[in-house]
Design a protein around this ligand. Structure first.
Ligand SMILES: [Mg+2]
Length: 266
């Protein structure tokens, strides 16, 4: 009997230790990873593809209108890179299957320079560049990934692939992009901004509160599909980071605390 009690005690303690040490990791089962559906949507849903085409068709329409106007400065488009024009879902898929999370192996993925093009992005930006619009890439990728980023963009046929058009996040700088946008605006009329994250459009969205982001979106609703062109990213971004109590890597159970139930009785 004594031996059974001892065995049971050891089993209970080891289960507790396992539970504590694995509290902030996804269980090693791809089906338990909270980003599985989001990643599948980006890779396998034709609806995702259609949304991307919709975004770039709207960009095309709005640019055609803008080109009819007269401006004092030459025209520019500011675009984000990741999940706006480059698709990093193969990295996300590897992370789910290998049970790791960002930033693990992100450098390997960057250096491979093998991200895919977001549907519609190359065609739109090439057409805009041919119409005389200068394309600026403003990304929070680090400087150390400059060369593979240029290589990846070049390989996919994007225009203006050169150092002076690629404004990356500098050492010691935060994620904010407003100062880099203002630098472009000193010499250019920025007619269009492309992004997957509201922070890609304006500093007013760079807030850490989900409710405030909603409010700012409502206040700026007339700009979406016009000067602000948003491409869907259901996998990651500020929208995930500001979820109440969320930290990157939390399990699905913790994310469920952010669900809104309305009047659904329980
Ligand atoms: Mg992005």
């Amino acid at each position: 009997m004594k031996i059974f009690v001892k065995f049971f005690t050891i089993l209970t303690i080891s289960s507790l230790v396992f539970a504590c040490t694995h509290d902030h990791q996804h269980p090693h089962h791809p089906g338990m990873n909270p980003t599985l559906y989001a990643t599948l949507y980006q890779q396998q849903a034709a609806e995702y593809r259609a949304l991307c085409y919709q975004a770039y068709n709207l960009a095309d329409l709005y640019l055609a209108e803008a080109l009819k106007n007269k401006y004092a400065k030459p025209l520019a488009i500011v675009t984000d890179i990741d999940e706006t024009i480059l698709d990093n879902s193969p990295y996300q898929a590897a992370a789910i299957l290998g049970n790791f999370g960002y930033p693990t192996r992100w450098a390997d993925w960057m250096n491979a320079a093998d991200a895919w093009a977001i549907p519609g992005s190359v065609e739109f930006l090439k057409k805009a560049a041919e119409a005389g619009v200068t394309i600026f890439y403003i990304s929070n990728r680090k400087e150390e990934f400059r060369q593979p980023t240029l290589q990846n963009l070049e390989k996919l046929g994007f225009p203006n692939v050169a150092d002076q058009f690629l404004l990356l996040r500098q050492e010691g700088e935060g994620n904010e992009k407003e100062s880099r946008r203002q630098k472009v605006a000193e010499q250019f009329e920025v007619v269009l901004l492309l992004g997957d994250n509201l922070d890609d459009f304006s500093g007013v969205f760079e807030v850490d509160d989900a409710g405030e982001r909603m409010l700012q979106t409502d206040l700026n609703k007339a700009s979406f599909g016009q000067k602000f062109i948003i491409v869907p990213n259901v996998v990651y971004g500020s929208w995930v980071n500001v979820l109440p109590g969320n930290q990157r890597g939390l399990p699905a159970e913790a994310l469920a605390d952010s669900l809104l139930k309305g009047l659904m009785p329980f």
